[in-house]
Ligand binder design. Structure first.
Ligand code: NIG
Ligand code: FE
Length: 415
């Protein structure tokens, strides 16, 4: 049996349970001073006060001294697009000249530019690059994540992207949730026939994805210039009929009804919600939809920030994720998104931590396995270079991650 004991934890800070925390619960956090955590074969068997710990249980364990620091669950990035070819730094002059995100897309750039690069890249190239991104995320405390396809936009290249994700699931230490986002943009070859592309998605690509079991969820970019509500509904319902859980990019730029649609189709989550209005949020609250918020995208697109406080008030469970992608958020820094959660959403530190741990775990279908530091859960945790939660949310821009432990083993240590 492989045992690891993390001792001399100054403060263990973790939500508890396996299901989403909403409303007041979002900020409810177990805070245990002078704690230790024992992991046996990758599973937590003790998490609590060091004084109460029967030391004989740790016999033969590798001992890690947390140095009196803060320990939290490993972070979970519930929304990324990290398998892609090329970058889009050439869009910066356009951005500076005030050209909008959707205008760049309309001109054949934006997502479509990344589609060209992704189609050109081999599976092997995409795999190597994505591994690099995952390793960088791990060094910032991220131990599980979600990855979407959506830069292939045809059968061959969507499957290529999803197979890369599958390889990563098999080989990378992180736990990874796969989402099919074939409805990310209308590809150039269907420019004159967007409904024809929706038919291709529902009749051909989605069945192939389901057949190969390449994704757990199906997502749609429901937006002006991407897919309208009827098209989005059609894709999500077709996915649902094949066993794929619906989730949706909604109200990122314009509130065209995506939040309402998320409730109507029983989506697990609606994501972005920058432009959400009261009606959309009320629908989500009634429908039990998770709000997956992406503040670093608001920051990079120079948009307003999603009404996160109102969502907590309405009892909508809030998740914070990075949205890492080459166009609207070329940063994979989840701790930075957490900083914005505090500074811009005005969420409390405890609410922010829940948004990137337990709630995020539930939104990637792993609530019973990760997201909290409790006996029975997987041994995924972070030792921070900080005495408390306030410190990591306050010191934006620095990587305060000291040691990252994944499945009971040290996966990253600050050099
Ligand atoms: O979540 N808006 C749609 N998808 C991504 C951006 C993708 C891109 O610009 O390449 C997002 O913001
Ligand atoms: Fe996104």
């Amino acid at each position: 049996m492989e045992k690891t004991l993390v001792q001399n934890i100054g403060l263990l800070c973790t939500p508890q349970g396996s299901s989403v925390h909403a409303g007041e619960m979002q900020g409810q956090m177990e805070k245990i001073p002078e704690a230790c955590v024992l992991m046996e074969d990758g599973i937590i068997t003790y998490a609590g006060s060091q004084a109460d710990f029967p030391m004989e249980k740790a016999q033969g364990a590798q001992v890690i001294d947390a140095g009196g620091n803060l320990v939290t669950p490993g972070l979970i990035d519930a929304h990324t697009h990290l398998v892609f070819g090329g970058w889009r730094q050439h869009e910066i002059p356009l951005k500076l000249a005030g050209t909008g995100y959707l205008d760049i897309l309309r001109m054949g750039g934006g997502i479509l530019s990344t589609v060209r690069h992704t189609r050109e890249a081999s599976e092997e190239e995409l795999l190597r690059r994505s591994e690099g991104f995952l390793n960088e995320m791990l060094s910032m405390g991220v131990t599980s994540c979600e990855i979407k396809s959506g830069y292939g936009l045809d059968l061959e290249n969507e499957l290529k992207q999803l197979r890369v994700i599958k390889k990563l699931q098999e080989t990378h230490p992180m736990d990874i949730d796969a989402t099919f986002l074939g409805a990310h943009a209308v590809p150039e070859e269907y420019k004159e026939d967007p409904d024809g592309y929706v038919d291709l998605l529902t009749e051909k690509i989605l069945p192939a994805v389901a057949e190969e079991k390449l994704a757990r969820c199906c997502d749609v970019f429901c937006e002006t210039g991407a897919f309208d509500v009827p098209q989005s509904r059609k894709v999500l319902m077709a996915g649902k009929a094949l066993g794929l859980v619906p989730r949706i990019h909604a109200d990122e730029i314009d509130a065209i009804g995506g939040a309402e649609l998320s409730a109507e189709v029983g989506a697990l989550s609606a994501e972005h919600l920058i432009a959400s209005n009261e009606e959309g949020m009320q629908a989500m609250a009634k429908g039990g939809v998770i709000a997956d918020l992406l503040p670093a995208t608001s920051f990079y697109l120079d948009k307003t920030f999603a009404p996160a406080r109102r969502m907590v008030e309405l009892g909508i469970p809030v998740v914070i994720a990075s949205d890492f992608n080459p166009g609207s958020c070329p940063s994979l820094n989840l701790p930075f998104a957490m900083n914005l959660g505090l500074l811009r959403y005005k969420l409390k530190p405890e609410e922010v931590l829940c948004a990137v741990t337990l709630n995020a775990a539930c939104s990637v279908g792993m609530g019973d396995k990760v997201g909290t530091v409790e006996a029975g859960k997987q041994g995924d945790l972070v030792i921070w270079d900080a005495p408390d939660l306030d410190m990591i949310l306050y010191r934006f821009g620095s990587n305060l991650c000291r040691t990252v432990i994944k499945k009971g083993r040290v996966a990253h240590e600050k050099g």
